[in-house]
Design a protein. Sequence first.
Lengths: 213, 643
Amino acid sequence: MKVKDEDFEGNKSARKILVLFAHPAQARSEVNIPLFSDAQNNQHVTAVDLYAEYPDFNIDIECEQQRLINHDVIVFLFPLYWYSTPSILKEWQDLVLEYGFAYGQDGTALKDKLFLCAISAGGKEEAYQSDGFNHFTIRQLLQPLEQMASITHMTYLAPFALFGSRTAHEEHRINEHRKKWETLLEKLATRQLDMDKATTIENLADLCKQKGE
Amino acid sequence: MTGYFLYAFIYLVAAVIAVPIAKRLGLGSVLGYLIAGLVIGPILGLVGDETTTIQHFAEFGVVMMLFLVGLELEPRSLWAMKSKLLGLGGLQLGLTTLLITGVAIALNQPFSIALSIGLIFALSSTAIVLQTFQEKGLQQTEGGKSAFSVLLFQDIAVIPMLALIPLLAIPELVASAAEHGSHGDGHENLSLVEGLPPWAYALVIIGSVAFVTVGGHFLSRPLFKFVASSHLREIFTATALMLIIGIAALMGLVGLSPALGAFLAGVVLANSEFRHELEANIEPFKGLLLGLFFITVGAGINFTVLSENTGMIIGLTVAVMLVKAIVLYIIAVTFKLRDSNRWLFTLSLAQAGEFGFVLLSFAAQNYVLPTNIIAILSLVVAISMFLTPGLFIVFDKLIMPRYRGNTNQREQDTIDEQGSVVIAGIGRFGQIINRLLVANDVNTVVLDIRSEQIDLIRRIGTKAYFGDASKPDILHTAGAHEASLLVIAIDDKHTAAEMVKYAKHAYPNLKVLARAFDRGHGYRLRQLGADYVVSETYHSALEMGAEALRSLNIHPFQVERQKMAYKNIEDQQNDVLYHAWIDDASGERIDNNYLKLFVELESLIEDALKTDLHDKHSKMRGWTPPPKGYADKLAGDDAFDDA
């Protein structure tokens, strides 16, 4: 998949969004695949399926860095695996975020970009509480990524999370979540997102509710 | 001799001109042939009496066609058709015979004549209908399959009809013939079974059917293998022809329909690995003979009789077709054929057929019908055949569009047997590909020219066929026109290149994956249009090299990275090298740029993989640690623990 070169002439203020999608078992996906296909169909988004592009984990560092440079918003889209990303996203971080590029001396390529995670979590929302089953909130669990954003000079936004994702399909919650996702992408691109709330809230999905909800 | 050439030339010219024009006008090839015959026969008068003789010869095309139809039909699917065959076919034949006989009686014909007319018109034209189905891709639709069942039943029913017709002989005709001395009419009557008592006759028939079935199953394979091992194409063709002609002769001798025998042999061979090769060999003969047959039908239209009885002949033709169509429509409704399939069934079979001609001449021989009636009935048969392509056009233009939306889905489901991947060459290389694809539920059609190889592969349960995949017609019968991928894994470098070229030319939408012998061959394949090329030794050599490094105690993951690096550089430089190769190959450069670049690639790879003496890592990017003491320089930033 090549870096999409959208022509933003006449719409200079629209943000370009890069969605890096990581799902190693897409045939079983019920939540992430629909979100990914929505992203693919969004004119402001470059959607990359990392497992498709690098099935052997042979990540092209040069190409990935160029993609980062070309976009204003970086989104990791993934199902939560052991309170973290699927392994290819970790590999991607290890390889692409080089010293002198993303951090360290002259490492300012990512400065002032927005970063967020769009995740699906199998556990219920109540489980991700300090007194819940998982003992930590989702923001707490994603702190390594928050700090990654910090050291690479990016603005970290709250995760856009769907809880109880294993039964979301049966409970007909996916369409609603997709609508919120569309709203989020639109607000990000058109700079409509309330940044104060977006950086501090627990779940970004709560900021993307439809009218009347 | 010259006379024969002249006739052959006239027939060929007529076909060559008329058929492409008819096809382009959307009329179909059958109508093209019929018109060609009409032009050279009654209109220009270039051909005359010999048409009847040629027609008998050309009827052999129908035999070949049924053989080919049989090849497409495995015994299992034939068995599954049995209720359709008896139900649809029996009803069609019975009802149509009854109605037409009734009409004939109403027109003041005596019962015996009326009944033979009923029988003659109950039959439809296998030749026209199947040829048109094939051309329009309708064989696999519900309507097409049902129509085929009826045609098959009719072919079987011809046999008892031939037995019945002599019983209908009219005493006065027999008497008058006896006075004038009898005369033969082109049909020779060599028979083994004449004069045998009924039980012996039955035994002979059962014996010959058993011979075709069992012999086809057990004898054909060693025979074909033996012939295939000679690697002589024309001998394989000769064998295929020998098989069909032999069966036709045998069936003729015991008084069965040759077409039926050929069909049976086809079904027996449907599972054979030689199926595609047989198809490809017989197909051209069938096409030409059927074409010839259609021309003779056109040429045989007798304008004198037609002009004298225009009103009656047209009236009779319309009446016959109407009666047949009504019966077919009622059956279609009864058997719950829906939508466009109902109409396809009704319109496609509403004509009289070539067996009608056979029965007519047989009836004449046996003094069942007076000659003046035969002349008129022949015209009715011919004209109804002439009108059939028109009915197909009506179906295409008026009926199909109305149902397109709701029939597509179902029709797609029923298309089977066309693998979505054709694999040419099932040696060490092709086998792995095939196994991987089959394990992932991909339909494959495997072809190889080594029959020993095919035998071996078949034994482990792979669907493999003997056939020279570099032959265009084999590629076609294997379904290249409907496949999405062609994998070329054959040994011969030159043939592989020719195949890539042909496949990309003939099927522009077909993706071609080709195995190359070496770099130069790979570039040649790429130049000819292969979509993906891999050198047969590249990956295994790389693996072996990696294993060598691991054996030397280099860390396995480090080895993996070196391998990746090797691949990356190879991929990057491949394009550059390819273009240099093209320049060199076309002789535009004299400085052997390709060789120079090739040496350059060697040093590039070496350079990139060379390990840095200081940190014992190669110069490849990835997991590069930040410089020593970097943490102090990150003034103002938070501490960053990289260890």
